[in-house]
Design a protein around this ligand. Structure first.
Ligand SMILES: [Zn+2]
Length: 189
């Protein structure tokens, strides 16, 4: 069954400008050879699995009968997100990480339980879909984290990014997937 696309959502990213809801932010990844620096607001990475079908992304639901085009592991992708201030857009955005980049980040953290207040640089190799890198810019928090803006969940921003009508259905759980064993994350809820 095709997922309906609401008029509101289909307009949401026109000219790259997200809908002005307080809980909907632009979702960003570096393009080829770009390096973007973030001041992180999120405490943890939020993660979810998505299906990539004909150039579009759809969430993988716990109830696989809801997965667009039917559930298959062939086109499934891990995504990680943190909210932070982007030095490219000069505003708060959700940064979207690949599994490689998420694992790189976790490997560099002394305190894997709290990202808030860290400065992180996310880069991309020569192609727009090329390898993503993620580096801690400073090894310790230099900011007073209580002065940073509050964190909102990624879910509404993701539906806006995917140009899908918002749903509350639970996304697929991660813990049964072995490649996540090394990474401490919070699922998009
Ligand atoms: Zn699925």
């Amino acid at each position: 069954m095709a997922t309906p696309i609401s008029h509101e959502c289909s307009q949401a990213h026109r000219n790259g400008v997200p809908l002005r809801r307080k809980d909907v932010f632009f979702v960003e990844s570096p393009k080829a050879l770009e390096r973007i620096e973030y001041t992180v607001y999120s405490v943890e990475l939020e993660t979810c699995y998505t299906h990539y079908i004909n150039g579009r992304t759809f969430p993988c639901y716990e109830d696989h009968s809801l997965c667009e085009g039917g559930h298959t592991e062939m086109n499934i992708r891990w995504k990680g997100y943190f909210l932070g201030f982007s030095d490219k857009r000069q505003e708060p955005v959700f940064c979207q990480l690949t599994l490689d980049a998420g694992n790189q980040l976790m490997d560099q953290l002394a305190d894997k339980t709290n990202l808030r207040g860290l400065k992180i640089a996310v880069g991309r190799s020569k192609k727009n879909n090329g390898r993503m890198s993620c580096r801690l810019v400073e090894t310790h928090r230099t900011l007073d984290t209580y002065k940073l803006p509050p964190v909102v969940p990624a879910r509404r921003s993701l539906f806006n990014l995917w140009k899908l009508a918002y749903t509350d259905f639970p996304f697929t759980r991660l813990l049964d997937r072995p490649e996540d064993a090394e990474i401490r994350l919070r699922e998009v809820s």
